[in-house]
Design a protein around this ligand. Structure first.
Ligand code: ATP
Ligand code: MG
Length: 255
């Protein structure tokens, strides 16, 4: 049976889809069988991030409404043969219930070790539908006070669903932490409580588009934590400490 994990944040744009895509790839590199499920009906973009939008024939709504079998809607990743994507659609004529989604997930569950559910922003109906189908949640948070506050609200909601919560801090800038201008991931973990699962740095190439596949190492550490229960954290700060670190910080500021 697969571990069903909803990736959520409350706040929009915190990096849920980016995390789903890159964590899925990292888990597959560990030979785990992974399904990425886009639960964002309407503003879905997991297919774009995973570069499979041209391969979509059936989507998740077709499966729920019995126009195809679940396996017909799955798209295999080009590079990782144990990674599959279940795309969502731009509009659903009828309201999709959590029970209907659960049925589909239960049918798929035997074939996977992990099902990652990419949750829509907010804590309304789309969030509840995704959360109701999961046994665990990863809350993605950026290290800013507004993001932390939204993540805290989301965690309060998740607790009402009695599912385990772990936290990933995304878009961490080691240079700003070294200057004392950004909350460190450890401060964020201690404010939010719950299991610290990972730290993802801000990618230097922020101009890259949605096809962002970030550096592998932070996601490899994160995937390993998820699989083994360890709590190793990617170190974003040490390269910005000391004499050369000060030069790197100054250089980064002037970019
Ligand atoms: N670690 C990172 N470094 C740089 N850019 C990032 C990082 N994580 C996410 N982004 C960028 O932030 C933007 C929002 O990311 P993403 O779409 O994953 O967020 P989301 O939480 O899924 O958004 P939504 O709430 O709209 O679904 C994207 O342009 C993405 O490339
Ligand atoms: Mg998203």
């Amino acid at each position: 049976m697969a571990r069903k994990i909803v990736v959520t944040s409350g706040k929009g744009g915190a990096g849920k889809t980016t995390l789903c895509a890159n964590l899925g790839l990292a888990l597959a590199r560990l030979s785990q069988r992974v399904l990425l499920m886009d639960m964002d009906i309407g503003l879905n973009n997991l297919d774009v991030v995973m570069r499979v939008e041209d391969k979509v024939v059936f989507d998740f709504i077709d499966v729920v409404e019995n126009r195809c079998r679940p396996s017909q809607a799955l798209i295999q990743d080009e590079n990782e043969p144990t990674l599959y994507i279940m795309p969502s659609c731009h509009l659903a004529k009828r309201q999709i219930t959590a029970d209907a989604v659960k049925k589909v997930l239960n049918r798929l569950s035997e074939g996977f070790d992990y099902i990652l559910l990419d949750c829509p922003a907010g804590i309304d109906i789309g969030f509840r539908r995704a959360v109701n189908c999961a046994d665990e949640a990863i809350v993605v948070v950026t290290p800013h006070l507004s993001g932390v506050r939204d993540a805290d609200k989301t965690i309060t909601e998740l607790q009402q669903h009695f599912i385990g919560v772990s936290v990933v801090v995304n878009r961490v800038r080691g240079d700003l932490i070294a200057e004392g201008e950004m909350l460190s991931p450890f401060e964020v973990f201690s404010i939010l409580g719950h299991t610290a699962l990972g730290v993802i740095p801000e990618n230097d190439d922020v101009n890259c588009n949605l096809n962002l596949h970030l550096s592998r190492q932070p996601f490899d550490i994160l995937a390993n934590n998820l699989v083994t229960g360890s709590q190793d954290m990617y170190d974003c700060v040490s390269r910005y400490k000391g004499f050369f670190g000060r030069i790197k910080r100054r250089f980064k500021r002037n970019v």
